[in-house]
Design a binder for this molecule. Sequence first.
Ligand code: 5RP
Length: 246
Amino acid sequence: MSAAPLQLPHLEGVEAAKRAAAYAAVDNHVNHTHKIIGVGSGSTVPYVVERIVQQGANVNADRWFVPTGFQSKELIIKSGLRLGDVDNYPEIDVTIDGADEVDSKLNCIKGGGACHLREKVLAEAAATFIVVADYRKESKLLGDNWKQGVPVEVAEFAYAKVLRQLVKMGSTNAVLRMGKMKAGPVVTDNGNFVIDAAFPEAVMRDPQDLLQRIKLLTGVLEVGLFCNMAKAAYFGNQDGTITSKL
Ligand code: 5RP
């Protein structure tokens, strides 16, 4: 007897948009030859995993899934997929991840969930890096929509010095990211802090230059600017259609 098809909840608005983007990315970029798959973080990625599960237990039995953090690790395990590790699989076929903002050249701001160090490792380890997002994330210039600033993961010991240097570098608002209850700083999966540093439009026009300058500051582990990394981005619209950029 064949199993009854899984009934998925009907979604509307932003959630429908996220699901549409995720499904399009999987349908276009994850095929049966892909054995090592990087799974990103955030609220769009669960739909990526949902679609991958729909590709069937037979295909997935032969694959390993590498997470970008605690959340995606749990997602992989709960979805019944095989959990891999970047130590074992430093070469990934395809990584699919969300983004906080994506510009017309597919440069991204990432790290709204403080996972950008591991996310960048898996994006760089992948032959193909694909971004999935809802319509609110698409912009002409990074910083237009994501006002919180560029996420910078920093060693705890160095945070005050780096914060000061970011201000000297022209940041109009650099703050240590605090937890929801404001009782203490957010601590990443790697045990570090995150600074969110906003920069004026003139600086944001060259995200690659900004990325390189911030990375040179001692104590900085990674910057949430992903430049020239994504091969394609899929933006879901409210009506369930998608806009793709290649
Ligand atoms: C986490 C990230 C996420 O991918 C980003 O915040 C997008 O999340 P969502 O899909 O919930 O909009 O970079 O560090």
